[in-house]
Design a protein. Structure first.
Length: 269
C-alpha cells in the first residue's frame, strides 16, 4: 500500500517498498559533527539533527528548492576542471553509513561546462554494479536535461529502515524524476540529519566560480508525522566551505521566513 507524506504544499512524496540494496557517496561526510558554525573542505549549507529518528513508524524527510547555478570554467583565462553540486538529502554530515541525496551538478571539464541532475543512494554502486551517483539525463536517454538558472525542487524521504525515495522536479523544463531504493536492513544505519548543501565534491581546487548565489527556499524537514521549517535552533548546524585556509563560499544566516538561505561563491581557494 502507498503512503503519502506531504513535505511542501506542491510536493507529494510517495513512499513505496523499494527494490535492491544500497554504499559510496557523492558527498564527502564531515570529519566530525560540530555544533552551530563549522568549517568544512567539501560543503556549505545547513543540516538539522534528528532526535531519536524512527522512520519505521514515521517517515524522515527533507525538501526544498533552488536554481541551478551557472559556473565559469576559466580562472585568470586558464581552463579549469571542477564541480559545484547543489543537493538535498538525509544523513550527509554525520559519520555513519547512510547518505541519500538528489540534486544538480554544475561541472567544468577542462574549460567546458555541463549541467546534469542526479541522485545517489548509499551503497548502490557496490551492490548493483552501476554508477553512483546516477546521472538522470543519461538514465532517461537525454530527456530530462537541466540548464543553468533552471528552477528545481527536491525531496528525499526514508520510511524505513532502509526504504528511500528521491524526487526531483525541473519546473523550468517541466519534467519530474523519482527513484526508490531499499537497502538491506542488516547494513542500514538510520540517517541522523536532514541536509541542504552546496558541495565541492572531493574538495577539489579550484572550486569553479558560480553565479548567482545558490538560494535554497521552502526548506522543510519531516519527523514524527510533522512537517517543520528549517528554522535556526540548537539542532541546526551551519557549514562554511573552506580550502587551504581560504573560504571558497559563504553560507548566509537563515532568513526571516525560517525556510531560506544562500550559499555564495567567494574565492577559488
Amino acid at each position: 500500500m502507498r503512503r503519502i507524506l506531504l513535505l511542501v504544499a506542491t510536493i507529494a512524496v510517495l513512499i513505496v517498498p523499494g527494490i535492491l540494496s544500497a554504499q559510496s557517496a557523492f558527498a564527502s561526510e564531515a570529519a566530525s559533527a560540530c555544533l552551530f558554525n563549522c568549517q568544512t573542505t567539501t560543503f556549505g549549507g545547513y543540516s538539522i539533527k534528528f532526535v531519536n529518528p524512527d522512520p519505521q513508524n514515521d517517515p524522515l524527510g527533507a525538501s526544498g528548492s533552488w536554481n541551478v547555478p551557472a559556473v565559469s570554467c576559466t580562472e585568470n583565462g586558464k581552463a579549469i576542471s571542477g564541480q559545484v553540486a547543489s543537493w538535498i538529502g538525509l544523513g550527509g554530515v554525520v559519520g555513519n553509513n547512510t547518505l541519500e541525496q538528489t540534486g544538480t551538478d554544475s561541472q567544468c571539464t577542462n574549460g567546458t561546462v555541463s549541467y546534469w541532475p542526479w541522485y545517489e543512494f548509499t551503497g548502490r554502486a557496490a551492490s548493483a554494479g552501476g554508477p553512483n551517483p546516477v546521472n538522470i539525463t543519461t538514465a532517461t536517454n537525454g530527456k530530462d536535461k537541466i540548464s543553468s538558472g533552471d528552477s528545481m525542487s527536491a525531496d528525499v524521504v526514508e520510511q524505513g529502515p532502509g526504504y528511500f525515495v528521491t524526487q526531483l522536479w525541473d519546473h523550468s523544463k517541466g519534467w519530474y524524476y523519482d527513484w526508490i531504493w531499499q537497502t538491506s536492513s542488516s547494513s542500514t544505519n538510520l540517517p541522523q540529519t536532514a541536509d541542504w548543501v552546496v558541495e565541492n565534491p572531493g574538495a577539489a581546487v579550484p572550486l569553479p566560480k558560480f553565479t548567482p548565489s545558490v538560494l535554497f527556499q521552502n526548506c522543510y524537514w519531516a519527523k514524527d508525522a510533522t512537517q517543520k521549517q528549517l528554522r535556526a535552533g540548537s539542532n541546526v548546524t551551519e557549514y562554511q566551505l573552506y580550502s587551504n585556509g581560504v573560504q571558497q563560499a559563504t553560507t548566509s544566516a537563515i532568513g526571516a521566513d525560517n525556510m531560506s538561505f544562500s550559499v555564495q561563491w567567494r574565492a577559488y581557494g
